[in-house]
Design a protein. Structure first.
Length: 272
């Protein structure tokens, strides 16, 4: 996993030795928006902590190593008292935290010093999907592969979705979409945690031009005995072109949380 780097323990002690005096052990909840939570030699900045995935920043204290920091991000629910407890993981994913050619100071969560900062030389941002959906409640995230020396940094899972399941052009082979005319249907699929009938169609936007739906209906498009929200958009209004191969849908959940989804499409009606 870290073939180009020292062992986990060696790197952690090296980084801790290089830490500034402001690199302190932090509380489990950020003191202010944008704060980074300390975890041994690394920092985590929670952004979107959703039922199906997470968007976060990861950073490492100055080591002088010009290579990307190769590691694994792990998430657990319920949050463990310590990573040594070996909790059941909801996610374990490879990440590479880029090296910064110029070290950067980041604001850290230190309740005793609201202006505290730490200097890092690796920093990056990631959006990762969980292996299984989480429930509303507390989860823990670590970017040192659950190293036993790490602090347990936590965040509350909110009613949002970063990888919502959709079906573009339900029942249409290869998700073929007309270009320059016609309509495109996009179904937001209902799941155990996502109830389609509770969604507000007016909050949804589709395609490069983020067009609003011109019609909507509730029906089961994938025969799972759950109703899905089927939204209809104008292809031209959505900005679909002969070069479009992937489309995005954005909207809100019933509680106002964000919903993001994407799907592959095949343009039709284009000249060879």
């Amino acid at each position: 996993m870290r073939s180009s780097h020292p062992s986990t323990s060696a790197r952690l002690f090296l980084a801790v030795g290089a830490a500034t005096s402001t690199a302190v052990v932090l509380s489990s909840t950020p003191a202010f928006a944008g704060a980074w939570q300390h975890s041994s030699a690394t920092y985590v900045q929670f952004q979107d902590t959703c039922r199906d995935g997470i968007r976060f920043g990861g950073a490492q204290l100055v080591t002088g190593d010009p290579n990307p920091f190769l590691t694994k991000a792990v998430a657990a629910q319920p949050a463990p008292a310590a990573w040594a407890d070996k909790p059941a993981l909801a996610m374990r994913r490879d990440i590479a935290v880029p090296f910064l050619t110029t070290s950067q100071d980041i604001p850290v969560d230190d309740p005793t010093d609201p202006g505290a900062t730490a200097t890092v030389d690796h920093m990056g941002y990631f959006t990762l999907k969980y292996q299984t959906p989480l429930t509303l409640g507390t989860m823990a995230l670590n970017i040192e592969d659950g190293n036993e020396q790490s602090s347990v940094n936590t965040a509350d899972v909110t009613d949002c979705y970063l990888f919502a399941p959709i079906d573009v052009q339900p029942g249409v082979r290869k998700n073929a979409v007309p270009i320059g005319h016609g309509r495109v249907s996009v179904a937001v699929l209902g799941t155990k945690t996502l109830t389609a009938k509770a969604l507000d169609p007016s909050t949804y936007r589709f395609g490069p031009k983020q067009s609003a739906p011109i019609a909507h209906a509730l029906r089961d498009v994938n025969a799972d005995k759950r109703r899905d929200l089927v939204l209809t958009f104008g292809s031209k209004a959505a900005g679909l072109t002969c070069k479009t191969s992937k489309v995005r849908l954005n909207g809100q959940t019933a509680s106002g949380g964000k919903l993001e989804a994407s799907g592959k499409v095949t343009p039709t009606g284009c000249k060879a």
